[in-house]
Each structure stands twice: as structure tokens, then as C-alpha cells.
Design a protein around this ligand. Sequence first.
Ligand code: TRH
Length: 354
Amino acid sequence: MPIIAAMLWDLFCRVVDNHGDLGVAWRLSADLAARGHRVRLWVDDASALAWMAPRGAAGVSVHPWPAEGAFVPPGEVVIELFGCELPVAVVDALAAREPPPVWINLEYLSAEPYVERCHGLRSPQSTGPAAGLNKWFFYPGFTPATGGLLRETTLTEEQAAFDGPAWLAARGWAAQPGEQVVVLFCYDASALPRLVQAWAGQPTLLLACPGAAQRTLDTLPDTPGLRRIALPWLAQPDFDRLLWSADLNLVRGEDSFVRAMWAGRPFVWQIYPQDDGAHAAKLQAFGSLFERTVAAPGAAERLALSLAWNGLAPWPDGLPDPDDWRQAALRWRKALQAQSDLCTQLCGWVAERR
Ligand code: TRH
């Protein structure tokens, strides 16, 4: 990675729904700041930061979405997250800066083939105040030809020193001997009764995150062998630790999905459902890439469960073998760890374009 001087980064985020937009924006901000940069995060609804990042992060300041009118001079890098349109005042200020900032659109995560084709493409601006400037597309992803995944430099070390059972016990969420620990964070848990049925004979501690997971659990009758705990919203670092402590993580969206990969434990992804059904191809693309990469036994069972959990296929006859699944999760994490992380790539990429 080229060594780059500390810079001022302006990140812009609009919360569409749920928490992934802000979750990614915050992680990126905190990761950049931990590497010595200064970050201003401009967001239209920062309320979730109260639980997601209650202690903030040194080097990151949070600001309301800029009102029309004059905008302060931007820093060396401007990032619009997930194609959020920049206010006119910001574009004016960006065009007035000399030299202009490196202007990046950070896109959504996908394993589909278009990501490798589109990562790093330039979008020359031909109209308006930014005419003549370039905007660059930066795509996160799972292969070396993409922008990679957010992974803090201290993550692996912190995980190695982490004691999951002690961490759970300190919070009053300890598993009993022989219980599997399952974390549930989802949009729709209508398939949960089938999963609970499939666990018959396997004592389970289900740790349910706020939202749909807890609402569905409230409607489930008591089941022998199943203990449930409704969790509060956790700060992001604690949420990560929760995933590290589990035997199985049922996660969703974008950011918790990636954190489940770093946990190195079996996971099932609930993809953000789109009205036009485009999520089905996105789910399949990820499943195929994962299985091609790990080449571990049990692929058919894992793929069948993934489709069923997302309501895209009937419920399968059996669950994946836990040992095969654990092996697959570890191989996947190892393959990802061998690639450059998103922040490292982003910094190097910016340095080349300045
Ligand atoms: O909330 P999400 O469903 O977000 C989604 C996705 O980003 C999706 O791609 C996007 O299109 C849609 O929003 C608009 O799931 P995600 O991505 O996992 O984000 C949740 C964030 O909340 C993540 O940063 C982890 C964090 N979190 C905590 O910090 N503490 C918690 O207790 C929990 C449950 C989550």
C-alpha cells in the first residue's frame, strides 16, 4: 500500500431504511480515523448512532445533512455512500476546490460478476457545476478484483484474545453446558418455527436482536430445549463480539453479513428483499462464490437452507452438518483475510488519483 499522509475525508450518507447505510458509514469513518485520518460524516438521520456508537470515535465528527446554501470547503476526499445524491451546495464547493477532491461513490456489496467490471470505473461529469470533474465508482466485494471488505487492522488480534463464553456470561447471556448459541438478526423470521423444529434434540440458546427477530419469537410457543433471550441494541464493537461468541449467526443486509464472515462461524444470510426480486440472483451469486471458494462438503445443504431461510425455496429435509459448516466458514474467512481490506484499498486508490 502506498504510504499516504493523513487527509480530511467528507462522507455523505442518507439513511434509506434499516441500519446498514449508517452502519457501513460509521465503520468506514471509524476505520479511517483509526488509521490517522480526519473524517466528517454528514448524515440525514444520525439517531441510531446513540446505540451503535455511543462513545463516538476520535477523529470522527458527525454533522447533519448539509442545508442548501454555502458548504464549507470539502476535504481531500469526498465519498457519497450508496449513490446518495450530494446537495448542490456541496457539489459547488467541490468544484471550487483546487485541486478538486477525489470524489467517490461507494456502492452496495454484491458477489455478482458486474462488481469486478464496474469497480474503479470513472464517471466524467459533463453538466452542472461539476462539469469536467471525475466521480469514481468503488465497489466492495469478495474477490481481489473488487474493493474488498471493511476489516479493521486490529480485528484478527482482538478476536484471538477474545473469550466468548466469558463475554456472554458477563452480560448474563451465558450458555448452559451442551447448548448451541444462535444469534438471530433478521427482517422476517417466518421460517423460524421450521428451524426450531429442525433443532429438536439440540439444546439451543437463541439470542434475538431487536426488531423482527424478537417480534416473531414472541409469537412462538415455548419449545423444550429452546431458551430465548431478547437483546438490547448493542454498540457495534459489542455486536461483533456477540457474533464471535455464537455457534451460528443468522444475519441480514450488508454489514452484519460481513461481520458474520469475520466471526468465522457458520452463518445464514437474509438478504434485503427488493420489490423486483433482484435479490434472488444476488443471493445465488454469493452462495455460488462461497461454495466454489471453500470447496467443503455440505454445499448442497448450505445452499438449500439459504434459499429456504429467504423464502425462495421449500424448507429442506435436513440441516447442514455442523462440522462441515464450521470448516467452510473458516475457509471462507481465510480466503477473505488473504485479500486487502476495503480501507487499505481505498487509501491506496485515493493516493494514486491525487
Ligand atoms: O439494518 P440492515 O438490514 O441494513 C440494510 C442493508 O444495509 C441493506 O443492504 C440496505 O439496502 C438496507 O439496509 C437499506 O442490516 P445491516 O446491513 O446488517 O446493518 C445493521 C447495522 O446495525 C450493522 O452495522 C450492525 C449494527 N448493529 C449494531 O451495531 N448493534 C446491534 O445490536 C445490531 C442488531 C446491529
